[in-house]
Write a protein of this length. Structure first.
Lengths: 114, 114
């Protein structure tokens, strides 16, 4: 998608601090971190919203979660704990219309989650 | 798991206000709702934490997300927006050690998410 910020990051047209990459998934540091560890985990394929996932393509979000778990373990935040968040559409505060999973850790989190 | 609250809900040994059920997944209303729509979506299989998901069993979380999307559409919160949250371990506030996806909608959500 030519005008998608995260597609451009995946294509290395816009720089980001990359934390993980495989053929399907990219993880990079959030530009406005809300916790000591705050990574965005995205599919390289352009999917605008989590609501676009159906049974046929839902393995995409499974891949994002597996990468999040791996990054949480590597960065030492798994045992204390981490929060995974996906925002869908404006009321949730979705800012970029390319599916992204937030991995937040390294501090305690309050409830409700926003 | 004999002492797991959510296994007991899945087995109908403890009542809950059920929103969805299929052979693999159960969704029910959170007892302490933090939004006009606040559902818990769980696998019937006992998985303690999201961090227990690896590539081999990550389709479990994909199923939870597909059900969340379906419930969000049915309840009219998809277009304004909804937030999906998974807490892992104490720092994130995980309260029941049976994997659950929070679906929250029907209001606006602030940032950071807790």
């Amino acid at each position: 998608m030519p005008d998608c910020l995260f597609c451009k990051i995946a294509a290395k047209e816009i720089p980001a601090k990359i934390a993980f990459e495989d053929p399907h998934v990219l993880a990079f540091h959030d530009l406005h971190p809300m916790a000591p560890v705050h990574l965005q985990i995205i599919p390289k394929q352009h999917i605008a919203r989590v609501s676009d996932l159906k049974t046929e393509n839902a393995e995409i979000v499974a891949r994002l979660v597996v990468v999040a778990n791996q990054l949480a373990a590597e960065r030492g935040i798994a045992e204390p704990g981490y929060r995974l968040v996906i925002n869908c559409n404006p009321a949730a505060g979705q800012s970029v219309y390319h599916l992204h999973l937030h991995l937040l850790g390294g501090r305690s989190f309050s409830w409700p989650p926003g």
